[in-house]
Ligand binder design. Structure first.
Ligand code: GLC
Length: 704
């Protein structure tokens, strides 16, 4: 393995890395220059590209901005931000020299990627304690793969989690949820999950259920499951301080909460008012909190989302007092500009303050460590707490878990969603560009809040965003209180029909999406890739992505656009798909094209000598019947495909690599088909549509 490790200072083991790499002498560090023992620099050439940093603002190429890895409760994802909820410290530099860099550490890292000086890269680690891994490989793909080997296998979600999920902060009761499900059923729109936001709890207390609004929860879960709909409750990091509340009482008694400098449980405020933070970095506390999930799994719950785990702080007693004092002082005064701004800022800056992160402590292997120094490990270990508990609850079952905050390492325990975006076209664009970088950092089960969390969406944005989300493993429509309702059935009739078709398309594509996702997880590959990962001599096109091995997509993300430009690095087969049932294909030569894309259409490109596998939609994943599959092959010479599927719920995937392999070889004017299938392969029939580079179509059937 071509990975080198260099150590600076004493690093708390983040457990991000699973391979044992021997330390090399710092004097031998390739590519990067070490300055002041805590900064690494590199001179960039004009055309060098920098991939990585997972969840962050801006493009696939991170060059030209300064980023800070410090998990932040950042609901404003505008271009001038430096951090979002995650800290993903992996980069690949491609150009004069091509290599990967991973900064393994627990605190803040500043990536100045051509911001201060446009041709210089600097990585600064203010804490001084960090390990650097330099990852080599013969191609971008190989570097990415070597990195994934270093950090261990990505989390694998259950197959039902590839179905559509509906969410909204504002569903308050069983009736609200039933109305949502009814909205889908009455309109024949497939759905697999409804997320429960904070209002399902009793006064925002983790592992409680508001009995007034959700009576007989267990039967409710059961009934919905029998209709193919799973409930996915939220769990928040802060535990309400309330006498008699079991989680609070136990946590205090056992010393499982983070403490202040006087060794008393640290107090912050989030949804329920005052809370304590479980010390997820203390392994006993982590196991204790994890076991609490049993309260809900015991009621039939199979999936969760972990939130506010940067951790987010609305205020502390100190910050609130400071702001209020300022307000009292300002009373009856004539405030000039600066004193008014000062007053306003004292409230605007009341939460998520560094000063507060500097005032509580974790107990890690018996040592007290100040939070800010290990800040980026918090969300990661909350996810881990859940995942380790699931393993204990049922070691052979896959549970769904996705988190807001994360660091590399967390990718082994759960997926992520990308936090509070907005119903903006620019955030759809950001979602598209973020996906390949998330994959590079190991987060394959991921996605954004489809249609946008904040702000009112328009019908056309809802359509375009859903068209992109067809391809994201996590496909969840989520929005906040007070915004326009954006459930697909809440639009005008023809938009409902369009959205239904788009969601049906997603379900029909699950055989391909799941097969590609599972192979990517098992083989340490990326499911979403920038085009340059397969076509290395080409320039990076930021708004076209490879999805799995066979497809390239070019989503439309501009309002009122009736089409878009695409660049094809080779001849490809275009399917401008409205419904998966209507198939018409066009061969497009290598080069630049303008393609018309109706609002209702999703342009999909099948790569040369590649095969797309699709099935038929159903009302939910459990009801998909994929005994018969359609294969669309674009064959110039020979195309092969390894189709992977499994039961979707157990962990038997470790012993299986494919269900069938197919090869389609052009021979004179015909095609030779070779199929190698598992003895008990559940797929019985293959309907092949084979298209050659002149656009000639041949149909064949194959029984397994
Ligand atoms: C946070 C989450 C959001 C959720 C809200 C209420 O803002 O990011 O998804 O709806 O909290 O729980």
């Amino acid at each position: 393995m071509r990975i080198k490790k260099f150590c600076f200072g004493t690093v708390i083991n983040t457990e991000a890395v699973v391979l044992n790499v021997e330390e090399s002498n710092k004097g031998e560090m390739p590519y990067l220059k070490i300055e002041n023992e805590n900064e690494l620099t590199y001179e960039l050439e004009k055309n060098d590209v920098i991939y990585g940093l997972g969840e962050n603002v801006r493009g696939i190429n991170k060059r030209g901005w300064i980023y800070e890895s410090f998990c932040s409760d950042e609901f404003d994802h505008s271009e001038d931000r430096k951090s979002l909820y995650a800290a993903h410290n992996f980069l690949i530099i491609q150009g004069r020299e091509t290599f990967g860099v991973f900064i393994d550490c627990t605190g803040k890292v500043i990536f100045d990627l051509g911001y201060t000086k446009k041709d210089s890269m600097s990585i600064k680690i203010p804490e001084n304690n960090f390990n650097v891994y330099i990852i080599n490989g013969n191609s971008l793909k190989e570097i990415a793969k070597n990195f994934r080997k270093l950090i261990g296998k990505s989390y694998i979600a259950p197959k039902w989690a590839f179905g559509y999920q509906q969410s909204r902060w504002g569903y308050k009761s069983k009736e609200d949820i039933l109305n949502v499900v009814k909205g889908f059923k009455n309109n024949d729109i497939p759905i697999d999950g409804v997320c429960l936001d904070i209002d399902y709890m009793e006064r925002f207390k983790d592992f409680t259920i508001n009995k007034e609004t959700y009576d007989d929860f267990e039967n409710f879960v059961k009934d919905l499951k029998s209709q193919g709909v799973r409930l996915i409750p939220i769990i928040d990091a802060g535990v309400k301080i309330e006498k008699g509340y079991e989680v609070y009482e136990e946590g205090v008694e056992k010393g499982y909460f983070c403490v202040n400098e006087n060794n008393e449980p640290f107090i912050a405020a989030v949804w329920p008012g005052k809370v304590h933070f479980p010390d997820f970095l203390n392994k006993d506390a982590r196991a204790w909190f994890g076991r609490k999930y049993k309260y809900l799994t015991g009621k039939g719950i199979e999936g969760f989302w972990n939130d506010m785990n940067e951790p987010a702080i609305f205020y502390t007693e100190k910050s609130l007092k400071k702001a209020l004092d300022k307000a009292y002082d300002s009373k009856d005064k004539n405030l000039d500009v600066y004193s008014f701004f000062d007053l306003k800022d004292s409230f605007l800056e009341i939460g998520n303050r560094l000063e507060d992160y500097e005032s509580f402590y974790h107990s890690i292997d018996g040592k007290f460590i100040r939070h800010d120094k290990v800040h980026n490990l918090y969300g990661y270990n909350m996810t881990r707490s859940a995942a380790e508990a699931f393993q204990e609850i049922d070691s052979n079952k896959r549970f769904l878990i996705f988190s807001r905050a994360s660091t590399i390492g967390a990718h082994r325990y759960g997926g992520i969603w990308t936090g509070d975006n907005k119903s903006w076209w620019s955030h759809l664009e950001m979602n598209i560009k973020m996906m390949p970088n998330l994959n590079l950092c190991g987060f394959l089960y991921s996605g954004a809040d489809t249609v946008g969390f904040g702000c009112d969406c328009t019908e056309d944005l809802a359509i375009r965003w859903n068209e992109f989300s067809i391809f994201t493993p996590l496909y969840r429509n989520h929005s906040t209180k007070g915004t326009r309702n954006q459930e697909p059935y809440n639009f005008s009739q023809n938009t409902i029909e369009t959205l239904r078709t788009i969601i049906e398309n997603r379900y029909a594509f699950i055989p391909y999406i799941y097969s590609e996702y599972m192979k990517a997880c098992k083989d340490d590959e990326c499911y979403f890739k920038p085009m340059t990962f397969e076509y290395e001599d080409e320039n990076l096109v930021e708004d076209q992505l490879l999805v799995g091995d066979s497809l390239m997509i070019a989503p439309v993300y501009k309002q009122n656009a009736s089409g878009r430009y695409v660049y094809l690095p080779e001849e490809m087969l275009l399917w401008n798909m409205a419904s998966y049932k209507d198939r018409s294909f066009k061969v497009l030569p290598k080069g630049h094209h303008y393609i018309d894309v109706e609002l209702e259409a999703t342009p999909i490109f099948i790569r040369k000598n590649k095969i797309l596998v699709i099935g038929k939609h159903s009302n939910c994943v459990d009801n998909l019947n994929n005994e018969e599959l359609d294969l669309i092959a674009f064959v110039d010479n020979k195309a092969c495909y390894n189709y992977y599927d499994d039961d979707g719920i157990t962990k038997k995937y470790d012993n299986q690599d494919f269900q069938f392999k197919i090869s389609i070889q052009k021979k004179d004017n015909n095609y030779e088909i070779g199929v190698d299938a598992l003895e008990n392969c559940p797929v019985r029939k293959l309907n092949l549509t084979i298209i050659d580079n002149h656009g000639n179509e041949v149909k064949k059937k194959y029984s397994i």
